[in-house]
Design a protein around this ligand. Sequence first.
Ligand code: DGL
Length: 268
Amino acid sequence: MQPPSADAPILFFDSGLGGLTVLGPTRALLPTARIVYAADYAGLPYGQKSDAELAARVPALLGRLVERYQPRLAVIACNTASTIALAHVRAALDLPIVGTVPAIKPAAALTKSGVIGVLGTEATVRQPYVDDLSAKFAADKIVLRHGSPGLVTGAEAKLRGEPVDPEVIERAIAGLRDQPGGEAMDVIVLACTHFPLLQAELQATAGPDVRFIDGAEGIARRIAYLTEGQDWPAVASPGTAVFTRSDERPPPPLAALEPFGIGRIETI
Ligand code: DGL
């Protein structure tokens, strides 16, 4: 295989705006990399879809995006899509694919009480993938799980400058804390890329004794490792965000995406 040209972008993919939370740490390591950020607004929310639907939809859409943007590497910046469709995507596409894995391993290293919360979409928290991660890295811990579709809606609203319903935040924390053992929980894994957008609100409700952890730094390190030695543009340029067309949900205003280094919006 030919090495990628300096201009070949990195493609980030999520159902919505959550995957933007992965861009910051990636840009810190690879400051001039061209970025294409794709959001499947026609399919949002993924957390409410069946495994079969996502296993078909995600590889097909990523195939279209790869053809259109010719990225050097694709990042599934979505826990739901990764825990369900990563193997299907890798089988279908011939380029390096980085997935998003709930950060249970670092959470197990961080907890002092031995009780970890995993906050994700309903689809993610029911995955056998999460059972496997818990068995492998946190067998001697209590791993509580809660699926919160409201936090996805809240994160999308916050990015558009709309208010976030405080009850949604309270319900998400209570969904973990009210389970047996939950009062001792001292680490919460944000196992949906939308949720770090609401970390300040979640922290205020959970209190200062709870630490939050997500996978963004690990993803950035993995991207840097897989692209080591490749050429990059001499100077940074604003990234492109591409949205699948949805009548109910138009793309957000560009000003909401600019803080993430996005300078242009397309719809497909
Ligand atoms: N951001 C996604 C995740 O990481 C999914 C949100 C959704 O579409 O439900 O799980």
